[in-house]
Design a protein around this ligand. Structure first.
Ligand code: ASP
Ligand code: MG
Length: 427
């Protein structure tokens, strides 16, 4: 008998009919001879609506982070109970559990707690009794504060992966309204095609590079605990995409040079121009940035060359989330005299394009193909960064989609048939 964890996102449980549909799917999975644990997100846009409600009673609801978690966890509790009621009315047995009842212990940080320990005793008991166990996603419990916590937006994926790891499940299925992992966002690149399989390292790079389909912390958790994921649609029978944490035994798979392309329009760029070219300046700049509380992504520095350079200055540039731009620029300005730069330039009209593939480890020429495709499409590259299995470039935001299409074609990823887009969000 296999143990399957199935996670259904908000769009899969968006209304009563969808909940009944999920109930039937879950019962079918059990009837096929499996033990089933189901993790649910809040119905549709419930979480956003709850945040709106909080904002209508306070100008700063996050000043009460404990109460925000009490509020937001109610969304998942509605779906879990409704799904259990629906399943039971169809003649199968199910029981729902909150995160704390399911044994999900977290750090104390409200709104962004990390899973510390999972002891799913009650889930195991329900399974042993032949029941379908339903768990509210995105939430846990801190032992010291004895308070309910949430795992951050999109955290139900992480709940599912953590339960799959703790229960030693055979597979963790992530259901949403898209058919699986595509070579690119099919709304931007209609010629994108669905992957049958992808290695988890590449999935992690794609998620970090802006692919929205899986929550990055869930992918990290799956990699650490060797959980295989299957990403598939609630509304079709397509088997979706398997995200494997270890290469399937006996498989003689050649790692694709490029598995996929991700785009991200959520970044902005700061250039610190004319900063003294002496040791320690980069450390000073990034200390100011870190103290402002921003996570930076790409960094470039140009260094003056030539023997005639006196009183040399250089430029340091970096990218960061758009939402952090104003506060970081202000922090740098406030330290202008100390840092000794000439001027800070900000640009929030950039886009990031990333090309990811495990086969890059063993293939050369990937950057040449990428840069040639961009050159042929007359797209200017502003910054470049690489990892072992990823190359990212910054372009202007208006050129990003064209850049992605050109690169998708250049790496031979185009399919002849246009992808079916159900206008889904993948959540
Ligand atoms: N309902 C939560 C959110 O919308 C958690 C989730 O959907 O995974 O962020
Ligand atoms: Mg949601």
């Amino acid at each position: 008998m296999a143990l399957i964890v199935q996670k259904f996102g908000g769009s899969s449980v968006g209304d009563a009919d969808k909940i009944k549909h999920v109930a039937r799917r879950v019962i079918e999975t059990q009837a096929a001879g499996n033990q089933v644990v189901v993790v649910v997100s809040a119905m549709g846009d419930t979480t956003d609506e709850l945040i709106d409600l909080a904002q209508s009673v306070s100008t700063d609801p996050y000043a009460a982070p404990r109460e925000m978690d009490m509020l937001l966890t109610s969304g998942e509790r509605i779906s879990m109970a409704l799904l259990a009621i629906a399943i039971n009315s169809l003649g199968a047995n199910s029981r729902s559990f909150t995160g704390s009842q399911a044994g999900i212990m977290t750090s104390a940080k409200h709104g962004d707690a990390r899973i510390a320990e999972v002891t799913p005793t009650r889930i195991q008991e329900a399974l042993d009794a032949g029941d379908i166990a339903i768990v509210a996603g995105f939430q846990g419990f801190n032992k010291d504060s004895k308070d309910i916590t949430t795992l951050g937006r999109g955290g139900s994926d992480t709940t599912a992966v953590a339960l799959a790891a703790a229960l030693n499940a055979d597979v963790c299925e992530i259901y949403s309204d898209v058919d699986g992992i595509y070579t690119a966002d099919p709304r931007v690149i209609p010629a994108a095609h669905k992957l049958d399989a992808i290695d988890i390292e590449s999935m992690l790079e794609l998620a970090a590079a802006g692919a929205k389909i899986l929550h990055i912390r869930a992918v990290e958790y799956a990699r650490r605990h060797n959980v295989d994921l299957r990403v598939r649609s609630t509304f079709s029978t397509d088997p979706g995409t398997i995200v494997y944490s270890t290469k399937p035994a006996g498989a003689n798979m050649e790692e694709p040079v490029v598995s996929g392309i991700a785009t991200d329009k959520g970044q902005a760029k700061i250039m610190v121009i004319g900063i003294p070219d002496v040791p320690g300046k980069a450390a000073e700049v990034f200390t100011v940035v870190a103290e402002a509380g921003a996570n930076i992504d790409m960094i470039v520095q140009n260094t003056p060359t030539g023997s005639d350079v006196v009183d040399a200055v250089s430029d340091i540039g970096f990218t960061l989330p758009k939402g952090d731009l104003a506060k970081v620029a202000a922090a740098l300005e406030a330290n202008k005299a100390k840092l000794g730069f000439r001027v800070v330039e900000v640009d929030d009209e950039i886009g990031k394009l990333s090309v990811v593939g495990a086969g890059m480890r063993t293939h050369s020429g990937v950057s040449a193909t990428l840069f040639k495709a961009l050159a042929d499409a007359s797209i200017n590259i502003e910054m470049i960064s690489t990892s072992e299995i990823r190359i990212s470039v910054i372009t202007s935001d208006v050129q990003l989609d064209d850049a992605a299409r050109a690169v998708h074609t250049a790496f031979g990823l185009d399919s002849d048939i246009d992808a079916v887009v159900y206008a889904g969000t993948g959540r």
